[in-house]
Design a protein around this ligand. Structure first.
Ligand code: GNR
Ligand code: NI
Length: 176
């Protein structure tokens, strides 16, 4: 198990489209376990492989109160979507920013589990939002892409500046 480094917007690697997994082997199970450990450590309620610079169609979520209901999705596909819902979202790749996004209210997802077996899941509420948010990551998409150009530009400037400050020598930080 390992805690992996999470990429931050506007890192261009977050725009990579993930490749389908051919076989759920030991390497994929290791990736799932590392994603879960990284997600719980963050802490977050979901994490896509894209966010740790692994471009395979794998995501994990746990929307339970206790954080004891890990779920893994390999090669997830939405086979049914119904209704619309707005929810305030955040993202581990977009630190300290939250905004409202509109998504499908109820979805049916088909995927392979950690055991390589296919399953189908109906989801609504936070779970549905989270799965859609993570599937966007696998397509190289971020929740900020749903915001206005103005909001996104402001946010990008702020995070670019923050990254410069963090990269700068301590004595130089005061000038920012
Ligand atoms: O931890 C997370 N919380 C969250 C809240 C509302 C909607 C989506 C999310 S996902 C996010 C973790 C993350 O960035 N996953 O990609
Ligand atoms: Ni995210």
């Amino acid at each position: 198990m390992a805690i992996l480094n999470i990429l931050h917007y506007p890192d261009p690697r977050l725009r990579t489209k993930a490749q389908p997994v051919e076989r759920v082997d030991e390497g994929i199970r290791q990736l799932i376990d590392d994603l879960l450990e990284t997600m719980y450590a963050a802490p977050g309620i979901g994490l896509a492989a894209t966010q740790v610079d692994v471009h395979k169609r794998v995501l994990v979520v746990d929307v339970s109160e206790e954080g004891d209901e890990p779920m893994a999705f390999v090669n997830p596909e939405i086979v049914r979507a119904e209704g619309w819902e707005e929810m305030q979202e955040g993202c581990l790749s977009v630190p300290e920013y939250f905004d409202v996004v509109q998504r499908a209210e109820r979805i049916t997802v088909r995927a392979l589990g950690r055991d390589g077996e296919p399953f189908e899941l109906e989801a609504d509420g936070l779970l549905a939002v989270c799965i859609q948010h993570e599937m966007d990551h696998l397509a190289g998409k971020l929740f900020v892409d749903y915001l206005s150009e103005l909001k996104r530009k402001r946010l990008r400037k702020r995070l670019e500046k923050q990254a410069r400050v963090q990269g700068a020598a301590p004595e130089a930080r005061a000038i920012y």
